[in-house]
Write a protein that binds this ligand. Structure first.
Ligand code: ADP
Ligand code: MG
Length: 155
């Protein structure tokens, strides 16, 4: 686990692009933190590095958006999901159990039981200073350790 602090949206974007350079196919990335913490901004910039050329929009209302970059990327937002059954209807479990690309999940901490065995968590926290965020990286399981180690080295 490691922590990075950013002073501006641009710094968070830069961090997300670094993550995009190192992330592996098959990774499930859980983005957690309050509204406005920076989850979608991070997702957008990470996807830029994965070659997504279309505009990335927040899946708050669509619940799931699909992109094609160097691999398929699924972008979920669980904010508006109230019951776990809705995840089933979305096909969430099939997508996250054996991801065929990269899966990004905003508000993943709302349904901890629905998460696969191995995933990366990126937690965003505002501070008393305007524009500053603490960003905590950690992972569950062994699979993503190398990715996080490499990212820590370049941060
Ligand atoms: P979320 O998806 O977590 O609800 P967004 O990424 O949509 O949040 O929005 C984050 C907002 O916070 C943006 O308006 C962004 O400009 C602003 N912001 C200010 N400072 C930062 C920072 N250090 N990192 C990320 N976003 C920041
Ligand atoms: Mg968002």
């Amino acid at each position: 686990m490691f922590t990075v602090s950013t002073e501006s949206p641009e710094e968070t974007a830069d961090l997300a692009q670094k993550a995009g350079q190192r992330i592996r196919e098959g990774t499930v990335l859980c983005l957690v933190g309050d509204l406005g913490a920076g989850k979608t901004l991070f997702a957008k910039n990470l996807m830029k590095m994965l070659g997504v050329e279309t505009e990335v929009t927040s899946p708050t209302f669509s619940l799931m958006n699909v992109y094609e970059g160097i691999c398929p990327i699924l972008h979920f937002d669980l904010y508006r999901i109230e019951k776990e059954e809705e995840l089933d209807e979305l096909g969430f479990y099939e997508y996250v159990e054996e991801p065929s690309g990269i899966v990004i999940i905003e508000w993943a901490d709302k349904f901890p039981e629905a998460l696969p065995e191995e995933y990366v968590t990126v937690a965003f926290q505002g501070t008393e200073r305007e524009g500053e965020r603490y960003i905590f990286f950690s992972c569950q399981g062994e699979k993503d350790k190398d990715f996080l180690k490499e990212l820590e080295e370049i941060c």
